[in-house]
Design a protein around this ligand. Sequence first.
Ligand SMILES: O=C(O)c1cccc(C(=O)CC[C@H]2O[C@@H](n3cnc4c(=O)[nH]cnc43)[C@H](O)[C@@H]2O)c1
Length: 245
Amino acid sequence: MRVLVVTAVPAERDAVVRGVVSATETETAPEAEVSVPGGRTLHRVVRPPLTVDALAAGVGPAAAAAATATALTAAELGQAPYELVVSAGIGGGFAPAPLGSVVVGEAIVAADLGAETPDGFAAVTELGFGTVEHLPPPALVRAVAEATGAVRGAVLTVSTVTGSAERAAELRRRHPGAAAEAMEGFGVAEAAAAPGVPVLELRAISNAVGPRDRAAWRIGEALDALAGAFRHLPPALATWKEPSR
Ligand SMILES: O=C(O)c1cccc(C(=O)CC[C@H]2O[C@@H](n3cnc4c(=O)[nH]cnc43)[C@H](O)[C@@H]2O)c1
């Protein structure tokens, strides 16, 4: 089973690779760096029956979508298509997701794709067009939550990191099931939806969504939690089979 894991930055990609490698019985797994069109390099870990390709796409939904679409297309043209795409990295947590916990997305939501109106924010779908949500396979979300101990909830994709209690409250009011906020998931999901590849989002919580407090961010601990999640992920992925469409 070929899995593409898309992160924003190399530190997150390396945490994913660390986790998958540590999941092998022998603590070693063949690794390779593979060039993909567009000048990026993905890091490949062969851990039978999985081959995991980890790609650092850049920060934000546009960079994530562009790099994911490029990698998916290159794999398809190379007759080695991916069977799952995972958006992974650190993220902000909404209560009850504490720092260092992991969230698996029951829904991947574009939380600021729309328009400001006199009655408040209107999502593009309320304006009559577009998509604002992608749903990962429920059975896979359950299996991943069980295997990793992840909290299940919606993961919101934003283009601007929330920096106030008011904004956090507004997002929570519009998305009561939100567990985490990040900046790439919806871009990855849009790119995966085009060829019909299932998508998943996993976020390790580095900070609380709310007032900006850089000193409170716990990026190192979140990266360790991300590696831990990918240590326990392979058995859940190996036993999951996408229902025939
Ligand atoms: O200036 C700041 O307050 C600050 C300090 C550290 C990191 C940032 C980022 O903008 C990181 C964005 C990057 O990390 C993901 N991420 C992590 N936490 C959040 C969040 O609360 N809301 C949105 N994105 C978050 C995100 O996916 C990006 O890749 C800023």
